[in-house]
Design a protein around this ligand. Structure first.
Ligand SMILES: O=C(O)CCC(=O)C(=O)O
Length: 266
């Protein structure tokens, strides 16, 4: 992605609340991801669809896609954190319920964290967090593609803005593409009226100083962290607060200084 494209995508997220990046995964990579999603679906009730970078190497490719990372960092800062990685299958006949905005689990709209002083208003001046939906299937107007209500991220209230259900439209996107959106944007899967499953991977992102959905530096297997190479920063090991006096604390590794190198201590 060149500098101009990056600015265009950022402007679209600011104006509409979302943008779509052209394919970041090849057809072969999507095929492989789809196979693993089918396998993991069998263990869905036991968390099969959570933390899937630990479960098949193909999912590690999603945070190695540099154009996507450039956009995420262009919005959330160079030290943006991966908050989770979830598998998603919308089967024929599924989807099409209501819309929601993200962020109520660990984001700025977590209900028990909203204060009297907030006056029932969420933060709209800045983009606090992003969600990214990786299209492992082609997303079409009829197969359960994510639908988003353009401009709904500007509304300060916590309830769905009037008219959002009517204005929300499914996003058609080639497989391998990535739908990137402000978590304030109202969205949800549309109804899958086709005869095939709709496959996706959902990767939410947070600013470095926010809580993630998982303590990722601990949740990721050591070999996954190792293979992340330059991108290891997205797991937020350096975002872990010290549990002892700072001079004893390895701020990069997020662990006591006396732990031997390579031992996460977790
Ligand atoms: O699967 C989809 O299309 C939407 C996913 C979603 O609503 C979410 O990640 O919050």
């Amino acid at each position: 992605m060149n500098e101009n494209n990056l600015h265009e995508h950022i402007a679209r997220i600011q104006q509409d609340g979302f943008t779509v990046l052209p394919p970041q995964l090849t057809a072969a990579q999507c095929d492989e991801a789809q196979l693993h999603l089918d396998r993991l679906a069998e263990a869905r009730d036991r968390g099969g669809f959570e933390l899937i970078f630990n479960k098949a190497r193909i999912f590690e490719q999603l945070y190695q896609a540099l154009p996507a990372l450039a956009l995420i960092r262009g919005v959330l800062g160079a030290d943006a954190l991966l908050s989770g990685m979830h598998g998603s299958i919308v089967r024929p006949g599924e989807g099409g319920g209501g819309l929601h905005a993200d962020g109520i689990l660990t984001g700025h709209t977590r209900p028990t964290s909203m204060s009297l002083a907030d006056g029932g208003k969420r933060i709209t001046s800045h983009i606090m967090s992003l969600n990214t939906i990786w299209c492992i299937s082609d997303f079409t107007l009829t197969n359960g593609a994510t639908r988003l209500a353009p401009g709904s991220h500007h509304f300060e209230g916590l309830d769905m803005p009037e008219g959002a259900l009517e204005t929300a439209k499914p996003v058609a996107a080639e497989r391998g593409s990535v739908v990137v959106f402000n978590v304030n944007t109202w969205h949800g899967p549309s109804k899958n009226e086709s005869s095939a499953n709709r496959y996706a991977v959902l990767n939410p992102w947070r600013r470095h100083w926010q809580r993630c959905e998982f303590e990722m530096g601990r949740a990721a297997r050591p070999e996954v962290l190792e293979r992340a190479g330059e991108q290891r920063i997205i797991f937020g090991e350096d975002a872990v607060s010290p549990t002892m006096e700072r001079y004893l604390w390895d701020t990069t590794g997020g662990k006591p200084k006396n732990k031997p190198a390579g031992e996460s201590g977790r």
